[in-house]
Design a protein around this ligand. Structure first.
Ligand code: PLP
Ligand code: COI
Length: 340
């Protein structure tokens, strides 16, 4: 373990480690997995990732348990989502066996950076797939690079599990109805930067995007999915332009196991007034309970967490998810994979 890291005070950001792993796709096939100690990549000035957005990534986490074992959460889902992103951008798929070999190697080589049990921190794993071949016409590349780097992280929002405020980004869209919102590609994040930065500058933790076509329904919450609690119901949007969150999928299962009713459907904006609890969920954010949603343009404010704390359902979901992830509770669905 690296004794120079203040595990309990990490934020969510880039943290240099010792190694990353890389694999090149050339002449129609994947090469050998390579280990690098450089944080730099050397690519062609006309690489398609730089000009035409051939760029997909993933985000997942590994945790140290009380037993000292490192558990990786739901990697198969991330591997599958990366295949879907690759397919949408006409990039070669990263096969599951290459994906997991690369993840395991990146974790093992950087073992000293995996946060210990009980610190609230985790190891964030960032797979990246980019077009590196040169094109000037708008065409897919003929060469690609798959990279994985890792780093210890703390909470995505500085509030951690304390409630956050959210700004409705009515005047921006993150993704078009038939665009790329359902996959994890760099362009979606470029499109979300202005709304997100405005929210930050105005004192909010994130922005809330509405559906791009009618501006009637809730889409998602910056880099996280949206969920709400009404009575005993867990409600989350059904939309083609949001990222199918693996955290949300897990919370849906946990909510069902807790005897809740799950509704995946369009959520009209006005329904915000009827919810008991609202939250943002994702790998980086885990669950961020929402205290206030402000829609300046429509002159509306919605308040939750009136006692300043996360609501009881969000708290239970959060605790259950984290205890499965770090091995404190049985993993009934085979979500965790131990790195030997
Ligand atoms: N929505 C967006 C736009 C995201 O970037 C993320 C993060 O990956 C999520 C939702 C949450 O997805 P997941 O739970 O799979 O991390
Ligand atoms: C994640 O939750 O893994 C994300 O990728 C969110 C953000 C850092 C892009």
């Amino acid at each position: 373990m690296n004794n120079n890291i203040d595990w309990g005070n990490l934020s969510f950001g880039y943290f240099p480690t010792k190694y990353n792993v890389r694999c090149y796709w050339r002449d129609g096939q994947w090469g050998e997995l390579e280990v690098s100690s450089s944080e730099i990549i050397n690519i062609h000035i006309a690489a398609t990732c730089l000009h035409y957005g051939q760029d997909a990534f993933e985000g997942m986490k590994a945790f140290t348990g009380k037993d000292g074992k490192i558990r990786l959460f739901r990697w198969q889902d991330n591997a599958q989502r990366m295949k879907e992103s690759a397919d949408v951008l006409l990039m070669p798929e990263v096969p599951e066996n290459l994906f997991i070999e690369a993840v395991e190697k990146a974790i093992k080589l950087n073992k000293e950076f995996v946060p210990p049990y009980g610190t609230g921190a985790s190891l964030y794993i960032r797979p990246l797939l980019i077009g590196t071949g040169a094109q000037v016409g708008v065409k897919p590349a003929n060469e690609y690079l798959f990279i994985i780097f890792v780093g210890p992280v703390g909470p995505y929002f500085k509030e951690g599990f304390n409630p956050v405020n959210i700004q409705v980004a009515r005047d921006y869209d993150r993704a078009a109805p038939l665009g790329t919102g359902h996959v994890k590609v760099g362009g979606n994040y470029g499109a979300s930067l202005r709304a997100t930065e405005r929210a930050h500058h105005e004192g909010y933790s994130a922005c809330l995007f509405l559906d791009a076509k009618e501006k009637k329904y809730i889409d998602e919450c910056g880099p996280a999915n949206f969920f709400a609690i009404k009575g005993n119901n867990y409600i989350t949007p059904d939309s083609h332009s949001i990222l199918p969150s693996i955290t949300n999928k897990s919370l849906i299962q946990i909510a069902k196991d807790m005897g809740m009713t799950v509704e995946k459907r369009h959520i009209p904006f006005e329904e915000l007034a009827e919810f008991d609890e609202v939250g943002a969920c994702g790998t980086a954010a885990v669950i961020s309970p929402v205290k206030q949603i402000v829609d300046a343009e429509a002159g509306k404010v919605f308040n939750y967490c009136k006692d300043g704390k996360a609501g009881p359902y969000s708290t239970k979901l959060y605790n259950k998810l984290l205890s499965i992830q770090n091995g404190d509770e049985p993993d009934n669905y085979g979500w965790t994979h131990i790195i030997e």
